[in-house]
Design a protein around this ligand. Structure first.
Ligand code: OXD
Length: 317
């Protein structure tokens, strides 16, 4: 059995890999070097770690896709909606994600957007750039109804933080589990639920069922003062309808980490809207995420060699 991983991950984790899987061979991806064909043939496990992104992602995936004996791929991402992942599943390769590893920084970014938009931070920054002293009153988060759509690790952390800020969270998910600390409404009632929202936070994965969920009708149902936050995927939202609503004042503001397409083209009108905060799909890129991802992978590696169920496994085809 051989693991394909980067030299960076290997150098930092060789001892821990040996503990998790004592007899494992290693095929390392080294900077500036091709992986020899006979090594590609030996690969049975591949770890797509944070350090490959973005420069080495394509060569890494090429080797993994060429590995005829690959049995399992672990991804540093939470979402595996990119078409490359389907190519592995279609071949019968097991796929696991790092769902949960980025929940804390992403939920922190959500609170950053909510605080910044409620206080009018973009206007403060513009005034600062112009050396203008222009105090304006702002709306507190206390008591604001935040509708959190999706209740995976990110949605759960957003609800926890929103409660700490004395907001009034409501979760929208397929169906209630009974362990949520706040009211839950089914996804089928989304348009109804957002009518009372002060903020809507999208923390859903992109699947055939969720693509385009936030269409013009849902966006139009939100009150004009409400803010819209998306840390899921751009394709969940009708971006043209969202842009129109924000530009015309039919929606209060937006904090967006994800777009359709990415990178957001330089001439996209979203860039220039004064009530929009844009981050370039990096709300998870904190100094702590890679270590939590490695933790999940190493735990799964030890499970894999012992034939135990894997964490965060994506259902096969
Ligand atoms: C992820 C992401 O899927 O950050 O992990 O988008």
């Amino acid at each position: 059995m051989a693991l394909f991983c980067t030299d960076t991950f290997l150098d930092a984790n060789a001892a821990r890999i040996a503990v998790a899987a004592p007899d494992l061979e290693i095929v390392a991806m080294r900077r500036g070097e091709e992986v020899p064909a006979e090594d590609i043939e030996r690969i049975t496990v591949a770890f797509f770690s944070n350090d490959v992104w973005p420069e080495r992602a394509a060569p890494f995936m090429r080797v993994a896709l060429d590995a005829p004996n690959l049995q399992w791929l672990h991804s540093m991402s939470a979402g595996v909606d990119s078409p490359v992942f389907s190519m592995f599943l279609d071949r019968g390769v097991r796929l696991t994600t790092s769902s949960g590893a980025s929940a804390s920084p992403i939920a922190g970014t959500v609170m950053l957007y909510l605080l910044a938009l409620s206080r009018g931070l973009p206007a403060w920054l513009r005034a600062q750039a112009n050396h203008e002293w222009s105090p304006t009153p702002f709306r507190e988060l206390d008591g604001q109804r935040v509708v959190v759509v999706g209740y995976g690790p990110i949605g759960q952390e957003v609800v926890r933080l929103a409660e700490a800020f004395r907001m009034d969270p409501v979760v929208v998910r397929r169906s209630a589990d009974g362990d949520e600390p706040c009211p839950v409404r089914p996804l089928a009632e989304l348009t109804e639920v957002v009518r009372d929202a002060d903020a809507v936070v999208v923390a859903l994965p992109l699947t055939p069922d969720t693509r385009g969920l936030f269409g013009a009708e849902v966006i139009a149902a939100m009150p004009p003062h409400a803010v819209f936050v998306n840390v899921g995927r751009g394709e969940l939202v009708d971006q043209v309808a969202l842009t129109d609503a924000l530009a015309s004042g039919r929606l209060g503001g937006a904090g967006l980490d994800v777009f359709d397409p990415e990178p957001l083209p330089a001439d996209d009108p979203l860039w220039d809207l004064h009530n929009v905060i844009i981050s370039p799909h990096n709300s998870a890129s904190s100094d702590g995420t890679a270590a939590r991802v490695a933790e999940i992978f190493l735990d799964n590696l030890s499970r894999f060699v012992r034939d135990q169920p894997l964490r965060n496994e994506v259902p096969g085809r």
